[in-house]
Design a protein around this ligand. Structure first.
Ligand code: FRU
Length: 540
């Protein structure tokens, strides 16, 4: 086969392949091709970070398509963020691992593509994790620096267009800059064409590596153990369980202290599903339980219970947590992909598509007698705060008040508001409010729910599943509901009651829509305290 034939065949294959048991593919035929010489074209791209809808304090690639975070690992003073990336175009295709690094979790430096699509074998580099092999168990190390090992899914396309997936390794001996594929790839195969997203951690008590990996269309994850990252021994399956309205992807397993008590820790198994999530389309669920050495034994949710949702918004998917965070830090940190496979390829941004969430720490806390996951924005983000404005004891009685007169408006900001709903039936905010549009967040006192409404949030008609409303149960704590907003040019992340309930959501408002209002209906509510900060851009 000539190289040209080979190229056009793989382009077709990419276009018609179903990546996830559901369509990842763009609706229109892509206008890009595989071109080796363009793999790192992003490093020379001229972008301003002032493009319409460009997030100011969230990670985005300079140009082109991104999806899941991959291989999150801390090494030698740097947080690494690898991610699903198409080096050639602005829709899903030619999956490779893009790369960025940060020293503070806030400012990111774009790096060359770490693991490119393999044109020779038609191997797309799907999602996975990365570890630092301190003891050189893999033998990939040599010098003084321990190898960083990426464990990813090889998504191969055969000549007849059918696909299969297996787990592979690539290692770096220069701290994550360049990777070499292991010559014995793949290292783990299974009798199912959908078998992906390996997530590997070092298990101290087992003195072994543990992998959790998804069997998406069986609504299962599997566990495997290894001494050297190369040879894997099957341990057990988990699932179907919880929410199974869509395929399972991107698992993660980690231990967290309950209420900060290291003597009382529980295992959390995080598994995403697509579609069938709480707000529609792709989303994120978790299980709490025990790891008995070979099996995950769930305690919550039990058979009849509602699934446990990580996020009640539409746009938080494929989150995984950082490996190798220093013990003295001790936090479990993650980011998620802020997009949804319902409309991912059509969101109206150019020359890049998709963003990662702000980094968050994850905790288990007891609320009303039940243990649940809590997410908090990392404190590091506070370096971006400026122009602080505070309001106190502002009564809102059956009216809508703009906060512009108080100097509170904008499109990239953080705002913490403590509300006493009083005798109002409803209390709410409008954000990114302009002449003809607004994003509404409303608390309904009788129902004890927070409703997120983006039906009129700006540009919504690029896909008919985008203009929607979704909600979550929320009860006041000691009579107060706390809303903690991180609002960017095209997103809202809302942490309610110190991260007990989270909404992560994309919106595409007009750049001129900078209004912020508060309102109540049917009675009097009171803003006990409001803190507002503009947030600086992380891009210079
Ligand atoms: C999740 C996912 C993963 C897969 C990757 C492909 O969004 O479908 O299961 O590895 O994206 O890009």
């Amino acid at each position: 086969m000539t190289i040209n034939n080979k190229l056009s065949r793989s382009i077709c294959v990419i276009f018609f392949t179903v990546c996830a048991g559901v369509a990842c593919q763009p609706a229109d035929e892509p206008d890009y091709v595989f071109d080796e010489s363009l793999i790192n074209q992003h490093m020379d791209a001229e972008v301003t970070f002032q493009e319409r809808y460009r997030p100011q304090f969230h990670y985005t690639p300079l140009i082109n398509w991104m999806n899941d975070p991959n291989g999150l690992v801390y090494f030698d003073g740097q947080y690494h963020l690898f991610h699903q990336y198409n080096p050639f175009g602005n829709t899903w295709g030619f999956m490779s691992w893009g790369h960025a690094v940060s020293e503070d979790l806030v400012h990111w430096e774009h790096r060359p593509v770490a693991i490119p699509y393999g044109i020779e074998e038609d191997e797309a580099i799907f999602s996975g994790s990365a570890v630092v092999d301190h003891e050189n168990t893999s033998g990939f190390g040599g010098g003084d620096t321990p190898p960083m090992v990426a464990i990813y899914t090889s998504h191969y396309t055969r000549g007849d267009g059918t696909t299969w997936q297996a787990q592979s390794l690539a290692y770096s001996t220069d701290g994550g800059d360049t990777f070499t594929k292991y010559e014995g790839n793949p290292v783990l195969e299974y009798d199912d064409p959908d078998f992906r997203d390996p997530n590997v951690v070092w298990m101290e008590d087992m003195q072994q590596w543990l992998m959790v990996v998804a069997l998406p269309t069986q609504f299962k994850v599997q566990f495997y153990a290894s001494d050297n990252l190369i040879d894997w021994e099957y341990l057990s399956d988990f699932g179907p369980a919880g929410a199974i309205g869509g395929i399972w992807e991107c698992p993660d397993l980690f231990l967290l202290p309950v209420d900060g008590d290291p003597d009382n820790s529980k295992w959390v198994l995080h598994v995403d599903l697509n579609p069938g999530s709480v707000a529609g389309g792709s989303g994120s669920q978790y299980f709490i339980g025990e790891w008995n050495g070979t099996q995950f034994v769930p305690e919550k949710p039990t058979g009849g219970e509602e699934p446990l949702w990580v996020d009640y918004g539409t746009d938080y998917y494929a989150a995984i947590s950082w490996n190798n965070i220093p013990e003295e830090d001790g936090r479990r940190l993650w980011v998620g992909w802020m997009n949804n496979w319902d409309y991912a390829n059509e969101i109206p941004t150019d020359p890049w598509r998709s963003m990662q969430s702000i980094p968050r720490s994850i905790h288990l806390e007891t609320k009303d007698g039940e243990i649940q996951m809590v997410q908090r924005p990392v404190d590091e983000l506070q370096v971006l705060r400026n122009n602080h404005i505070q309001l106190q004891n502002r009564v809102v009685e059956d009216e809508q008040q703009t906060l512009a007169g108080d100097g509170i408006s904008g499109k990239a900001y953080e705002m913490v508001v403590d509300v006493d709903p009083g005798n109002a039936d409803r209390f709410g905010f409008t954000l990114h409010a302009g002449e003809n549009e607004e994003t509404i967040i409303e608390y309904d006192s009788a129902e004890e729910r927070v409703i997120f409404d983006r039906t009129n949030s700006g540009e919504v008609d690029f896909n008919d599943r985008f203009a929607n409303r979704f909600d979550a149960p929320v009860s006041p704590v000691d009579g107060v509901v706390r809303f903690h907003f991180f609002v960017d040019w095209s997103s809202v992340e809302l942490f309610i009651n110190d991260g007990s309930t989270v909404f992560s959501t994309r919106i595409f408002p007009d750049p001129a829509s900078e209004g912020i209002t508060v309102y109540s209906e049917g009675g009097e509510a009171e803003i006990l305290n409001l803190d507002f900060w503009e947030l600086s851009s992380i891009w210079n």
